[in-house]
Design a protein around this ligand. Structure first.
Ligand code: HEM
Length: 421
């Protein structure tokens, strides 16, 4: 085989050819992109209509939700285009239309990229229904009450660390998948498959004897365990940090302390069943969840191939759609002075007007709603009550949400710690 040397002219010709083909391809791509949803006449930045790459910079900088929220503020209305085939909504009608039980909008394939397939990632509705049927028993309120002593014990350990002035740093588990599998094997080796210990692992290993549901395979259980670590850890940790960091007006702060002290909440003995309905603690928790979302970005769904009506507009099939939680939580007509943390808005309205409650979009909606919300609330409120009942908190610096939180798919405390309390 012989090689022929390329002359300078030939090289130039090839180079020009390659550049022209690339430019031609890009021009064709951005033109197709631009016209993909043009007939809908949805407002949005030109760059978002040409390419989805522009958003990558914001997403990797942990600015996903803020960026879309700013677009909603800029363009007004209830809908904005954020990518050539992606629309963001901000109305409660859109929540029902996108996530409601009969909506037919499915999770996009991107969810499968988040670790091994577990209930959370499943795209196929049949597969998800079957997995939910075999998992749902572990999230029951009766199971939660059995877990209460274990949760109290963990909170005692945390308080112990605080009292020994150990700076608690929350670290992302390097390889959650392997971690889940290792924990499952360890549990079976130590306690067997039929252990009576009340935790989510033993409940999964046992299946649901009451309904006669068979347990999942070991492989599926380890995927679910890994996923639960991902779904339950940083989300709840962030909310816990934000609840104790909430600076309510002095009157509300004093009443919270009085409410908690009157109830005798100091140690691990008081029952959550009573704690869960304390009105001032409820108000502080709700307001924290409203302002500091644990899962701030829009939860993406794909419209069915025949297209779908969302908040009064017909969206073609295969379009990615979501409702932006930050925007809905900061609707000034429902929450006046929306950026401010004002727990009293929940107290003055006896737990919130129907409109306020309808505008809370913390846990998702429909059949993919968060299954761990009761557990998260038990952890957040119990921890907050024990801390507030025991200590007088003083913040060493004033910080906004943007100073503290990185918005990826879930919110993370910046620097993985909350050092200012
Ligand atoms: C403050 C803490 C938490 C927040 C803000 C939160 C938020 C969410 C949200 C918004 C979703 C819906 C995702 C979507 O539609 O794409 C979700 C799903 C889920 N969450 Fe949570 N979560 C929290 C804590 C927990 C805990 C403690 C557990 C378990 C013990 C848990 C288990 C799950 C599961 C299994 C799903 C998937 C449900 C399905 O697809 O059928 N979460 N969570």
């Amino acid at each position: 085989m012989g090689f022929t040397m390329m002359t300078d002219n030939q090289f130039l010709l090839y180079l020009v050819g390659a550049i022209s083909i690339t430019l031609g391809y890009c021009a064709r791509r951005v033109t197709t992109n631009y016209f993909a949803l043009r007939s809908l006449k949805v407002p949005g930045p030109l760059i978002a209509k040409l390419t989805s790459k522009w958003f990558f910079v914001h997403d990797t900088a942990g600015n996903n939700a803020n960026c879309v929220h700013e677009l909603h503020k800029k363009y007004g209305g209830n809908i904005v285009q954020v990518a050539p085939r992606e629309l963001s909504f901000s109305s409660t009608a859109a929540i029902r239309d996108i996530y409601g039980l009969s909506a037919g909008c499915l999770k996009p394939k991107i969810y499968s990229a988040v670790g091994r397939e577990a209930m959370f990632q499943m795209v196929d509705p049949e597969k998800h229904r079957e997995r939910q049927r075999r998992m749902i028993h572990i999230f029951g309120f009766n199971v939660l009450l059995q877990l209460e002593p274990m949760i109290q014990e963990q909170i005692s350990r945390m308080i112990d660390l605080v009292e020994r002035s150990v700076r608690v740093v929350d670290n992302t588990i390097a390889d959650i998948e392997e971690y889940g599998e290792a924990r499952m094997k360890e549990s079976i080796e130590k306690f067997g498959r039929h252990a009576q210990r009340p935790n989510l692992m033993t409940k999964m290993l046992a299946g649901d004897p009451e309904k006669g549901t068979e347990p999942l395979s070991d492989e599926d259980i380890s995927s679910e365990v890994s996923n639960l670590i991902f779904a339950a850890t940083d989300t709840t940790a962030l909310e816990m940090a934000c609840v104790v960091r909430t600076r309510p007006p002095p009157g509300v702060a004093r009443s919270t302390r009085r409410e908690i002290q009157a109830f005798g909440v100091k140690e691990a003995k008081f029952p959550y069943l009573k704690l869960q309905n304390l009105p001032i603690l409820n108000a502080i928790t709700k307001e924290t969840l409203r302002v500091h979302l644990g899962v701030p970005p829009g939860l993406s769904r794909t419209t069915p191939k025949q297209g779908h009506m969302i908040d009064g507009i017909f969206v073609p099939g295969g379009t990615t759609v979501h409702v932006q939680p930050l925007t809905i939580h900061r609707n000034p007509k429902v929450f006046p002075d929306p950026e401010a943390l004002k727990p009293q808005r929940w107290i003055e309205t006896n737990g919130g007007t129907p409109e306020m409650r309808e505008h809370m979009f913390v846990w998702g909606f429909g059949n993919r709603v968060c299954r761990g919300q009761n557990m998260a609330m038990m952890e957040i409120k119990t921890m907050a009550a024990r801390i507030v009942g025991r200590y007088t908190l003083r913040l060493t610096s004033e910080k906004t949400r943007d100073d503290m939180v990185l918005d990826y798919f879930i919110g993370f405390a910046k620097g993985h710690s909350c050092p200012d309390i």
